[in-house]
Design a protein around this ligand. Sequence first.
Ligand code: MN
Ligand code: MN
Length: 306
Amino acid sequence: MEKMITFGHKSPDTDTICSAIVMSDLQRKLGKDVDAKRLGDLNKETKFALEHIGVQAPELIEKVEDGQEVILVDHNEFSQSADNIENAKIKMVVDHHRICDFKTAEPLYYRAEPVGCTSTILYKLYKENGVEIDKKIASLMLSAIISDTLLLKSPTKTDEDEKAIHELAKIAELDYEKYGLEMLKAGTDLSDLSAKELIELDCKEFDLNGKKAKVAQVNTADIADMMTRKEEIEEAINADINANNVDVFVLAITDIINSNSQAIVLGNSSNIFETAFGKNLENNTAFLPGVVSRKKQIIPVLEKKS
Ligand code: MN
Ligand code: MN
């Protein structure tokens, strides 16, 4: 029997990577040998975090073998998981997303909580199991929560995330505000990415009443700076729309300092966006004050009004 493995979603973010490493640590301390894996390249924010903490990135895999025992973290939708996931044995899920298109043949442990980050739930699991949290593991969970809640500024943040950040910062011996801003800023250096790589960095696909929608998001410290690349970004979006028959493509360029987003919206059904947000697009763009969360402030709006 192959060793049990744990991983987060494709296009991995800091929560997905850190939570996979943390889950394998927790399982080992509970007596189970579980290896962390990843389903894609690390982004710069995650690289910064792992280097700072001094932890190796998990090994890259693309698919899972039939019957492989797995633990999913930070996702459950099969479209966001490893290839062949439907033939794996899912033993456990720890997640903070909606549950969608999820099915198993056998009973499993499933822990879903509507909190801001998977690592917030993992933190509770350490406590519930009486397992001690060492400095590196605390730093990993802290990084994940800072990333998912944009340093506690996202509306997805809950009191539990806030409590976890404060307690973990103590164990990690980190000034979480200073470290967090450095980490988030490291993720905004996208100058060496092509426009195609930029729109694919954090892109999720959704079905809006039969229309195929893609919503991508990039973090920046300066929206105007990012908008100097508008023309090539639009070319890349249009190429993706044509290649994949996308009806509407939304790129949210999110200002992590001032908590706003600039949206670039293209596609034959871009009126879905206009109706949903009650805004006319100007040169394919719209400013969304106070919007930073795709999960809470973009997807539900698009889904309701389409
Ligand atoms: Mn994630
Ligand atoms: Mn997450």
